[in-house]
Design a protein around this ligand. Structure first.
Ligand code: SAH
Length: 356
């Protein structure tokens, strides 16, 4: 029988488990505190739990504790990129960024991805598997321990499509924002999606106070289909309807992500079409110069084009920011560190923490 994943259980569920196992009721709260507050890496560390109980827990439950396989630190801005090994040997990556308003962690929601976006490195090998709630959480826990600093913001913008792993995502958010755990405010959690409309509608109905970021990247169906296969499934008209619905249900302003690719989606005309598309929506646009990926031939927009693009949006009354590029010197783009590892691993090359 497969062992239950104890770090993915809510406190209520853990209480029920302990009751069923004939343990005293306060044991659930103790275990939960060790896992989600003290960020313990194993049952062994739990000093106020009797040895016999720890052994029994070890037999009944799987304890998620990611192993750090590599860390790269940016010499420019201190951004750190982590490569973590899961218990089955799969690898995921996460990024730690220090901002004035606090530390932010970007986590992965899947090993690989099946969305196939043309400019993205995470999807090159397809989807390997969904991450469990505890594997999403533990990226944050491991980084908190390693840096010794509190994480205040969490963004799901690493590898994977969070809404393609919907139930685990919701459970992850519940645990992350739980007052008995790290207690990160929902408002400091951002979920980024390529635009799976039915899942976005379900999420709207959860009425969470998280930020939803939609990866738009193009303002016409034709262009979007060239960049993102998901656009063949849902039209921009459907997506915009869905964004309006999301705002209606949650009162939360949508963030549109728009990666600028030279001569592909960065002309004045593109900016005007985008402005017309999202006019009237309560939103914010994040412009991101595309991060070149080795396997793809997309090139970053010129600085001037980026600025002109932002200026057109602003003139039309649309709030836009050009995203500061963090960690440019350490394989900044999604999925690149993991790719490098996968490329190297058959030859047995070990990561040495340096970027090349
Ligand atoms: N699957 C989700 C979240 C992961 S990607 C999504 O599609 O939103 C996080 C963001 O990075 C998305 O906006 C994605 O389109 C963008 N992205 C991926 N590869 C990129 C690259 N090479 N350069 C710039 N942005 C990229």
């Amino acid at each position: 029988m497969e062992k239950k994943d104890i770090k993915s259980l809510t406190l209520e569920e853990l209480k029920a488990e302990m009751a069923a196992a004939g343990e005293k009721s306060f044991r659930a709260a103790q275990l939960y505190e060790w896992m989600h507050r003290k960020l313990s890496r194993s049952f062994k560390e739990m000093t106020n739990i009797p040895l016999a109980m720890k052994e029994k827990c070890g037999e009944s439950y799987h304890y998620t504790a990611l192993q750090t396989a590599a860390v790269q630190e940016s010499a420019i801005d201190g951004t750190k990129k982590y490569l973590f090994a899961l218990s089955d040997g799969n690898m995921v990556e996460s990024v730690w960024m220090r901002y004035k308003h606090g530390n932010s962690v970007c986590i992965s929601s899947q090993a690989g991805c099946r969305m196939g976006c043309r400019f993205c490195a995470s999807t090159l090998g397809g989807l390997v598997r969904n991450l469990t709630p505890s594997e999403m959480l533990d990226q944050i826990y491991a980084i908190t321990l390693e840096t010794g600093e509190r994480v205040s913001n969490v963004v799901l913008m690493g590898s994977g499509e969070p809404l393609d792993n919907y139930e685990n995502l919701l459970r992850f958010i519940t645990l992350l924002t739980d007052e008995n755990g790290l207690h990160i405010s929902q408002r400091n959690v951002t979920v980024s999606t390529c635009g799976i409309v039915p899942a976005m509608r379900s999420l709207a109905q959860e009425k969470l106070q998280i930020t939803l970021a939609l990866s738009l990247h193009a303002a016409t169906d034709e262009k979007r289909r060239e960049l993102m296969p998901i656009a063949n499934q849902y039209s921009l008209a459907e997506l915009m309807d869905c964004c309006a619905y999301y705002f209606e249900q949650t009162g939360r302003r949508i963030t549109f992500e728009y990666s600028l690719v030279r001569n592909v989606n960065d002309t004045r005309k593109d900016a005007e079409t985008l402005a017309a598309l999202i006019r009237g929506l309560n939103c914010h646009v994040n412009l991101i110069p595309v991060n070149p990926v080795r396997e793809r031939d997309y090139v970053q927009s010129e600085r001037q084009a980026v600025e002109a693009f932002a200026a057109i949006l602003e003139k039309k009354g649309i709030n836009a920011t050009v995203r500061r590029e963090m960690g440019r010197d350490i394989d900044g783009a999604c999925g690149q560190l993991r790719r490098r590892f996968l490329d190297n691993s058959p030859a047995g090359t070990k990561m040495n923490g340096k970027s090349g």
